[in-house]
Ligand binder design. Structure first.
Ligand code: F6P
Length: 358
């Protein structure tokens, strides 16, 4: 009898449920009645606290089109994993205890960057781990694409599309803030797909002078509106020269509630234009997975089941050059996949006149 655990960790995204369904259906297909699947509640929190349940086969039906995760999720910072808190709990020991208590042959972990650091730690501790890459940020090392990204992209693009019509009618500048703290994939793709005029991503520090130059030129050319797509993690040129400590202090002193408001304020001050801000926030992560993500999650999930069948542990399932492949967890953990400045998507955006504010 195979005993397999499933756990979703970190921020949720579209595609988690189809991935869970893919793992489960392929496991039932492979092992028939000789497999038991356990759902760990709310990510690593459930593994630490020993909260889990044996799931019936029916739990995996009807979830293909559902957003979120049927297992629940939570953020458990990797930095804290080895730290004994005030409650005196040794979290790593507790997670291993739950794993042993259920008698797992393998734990399938679905998550992003932080999740993968802990997954790798558990693998190093001797647990049989297989992971799946989820995040709307698409910033996970070792895979060309993560599920959740294209669904969030559809939402973010629609937001920019809708802003376009109102911006045009009023001749206004709109600053829209798209999710992505460390990497700008989502904002870059949404900005390009939505026809933004200026795209600001963390990888390319911006200068307000450059941004206002672009807006002024558009005004002179008779284009009275502009769309500025700002990634949550966008930074100015001045900030890019700061040490980590200085940057933290500068951001702590920032009076604006987020970067989009600061950029909007700066543009308004220099240009005298009417500037509005839109922050779609978690809407980008909500709702039904796109058709692409349903397919991708299913392929990733079924590949995980194949690795379990072959007892090939310590791997993330990833997509490389259009092939679904196992990638060693040790290669993935702790690395970020940022947008290369010379990537084709940046070059294409530049060659159609999109500014990166630099
Ligand atoms: O990791 C996905 C993500 O949506 C990021 O784009 C965003 O910066 C962050 O999560 C938001 O985190 P939370 O859901 O904890 O507010």
């Amino acid at each position: 009898m195979k005993r397999v655990g499933l756990l979703t960790s970190g921020g949720d995204c579209q595609g988690l449920n189809p991935a869970i369904r893919g793992v489960a259906k392929a496991l039932y297909d492979t092992f028939g009645k000789d497999v038991l699947i356990f759902g760990i509640k709310d990510g690593y929190r459930g593994l630490i606290d020993g909260e889990y349940e044996l799931l019936k086969k029916s739990a995996f039906s009807g979830i293909l089109t559902m957003g979120g995760t049927i297992l629940g999720t939570s953020r458990q910072p990797f930095k804290q994993m080895k730290v004994i808190g005030e409650d005196g709990v040794d979290k790593v020991k507790a997670m291993k205890k739950t794993y042993d208590e259920i008698g797992l042959d393998c734990l399938v972990i679905l998550g992003g960057n932080g999740t993968h650091k802990t997954a790798n730690l558990l693998s190093e501790e001797g647990l049989n781990i297989v992971t799946l890459p989820k995040t709307i940020d698409n910033d996970l090392w070792g895979t060309d694409i993560t599920f959740g990204f294209y669904s969030a992209l559809d939402v973010a693009t629609e937001v920019i599309d809708r802003l376009h019509t109102t911006a045009t009618s009023h001749g206004r500048i709109f600053v829209v803030e798209i999710m992505g703290h460390k990497a700008g994939w989502l904002n870059l793709y949404a900005g390009l797909a939505g026809g933004a005029d200026i795209i600001l991503i963390p990888e390319i520090p911006y200068s307000i002078d450059k941004i206002t130059e672009v807006i002024d030129k558009r005004t002179r050319d008779g284009k009275l509106f502009s769309i500025v797509a700002v990634a949550e993690g966008a930074i100015s040129l001045e900030e890019s020269k700061m040490s980590k400590k200085e940057f933290k202090a500068a951001r702590a002193a920032m009076t604006h509630s987020s970067i989009a408001y600061r950029v909007a304020d700066d543009i308004a001050k220099v240009t005298g234009h009417d500037v509005r801000v839109t922050v779609p926030g978690h809407i980008q992560r909500g709702g039904s997975p796109s058709a692409y993500d349903r397919v991708l999650s299913t392929m990733f999930g079924t590949k995980a089941a194949e690795l379990i069948r072959d007892e090939k542990y310590g791997y993330m399932v990833g997509m490389k050059n259009n092939e679904v492949v196992p990638v060693p967890l040790s290669e993935v953990a702790g690395k970020l996949k940022c947008v290369p400045e010379d990537s084709q998507v940046i070059l294409s955006a530049k060659s159609i006149g999109i500014s990166f504010g630099n």
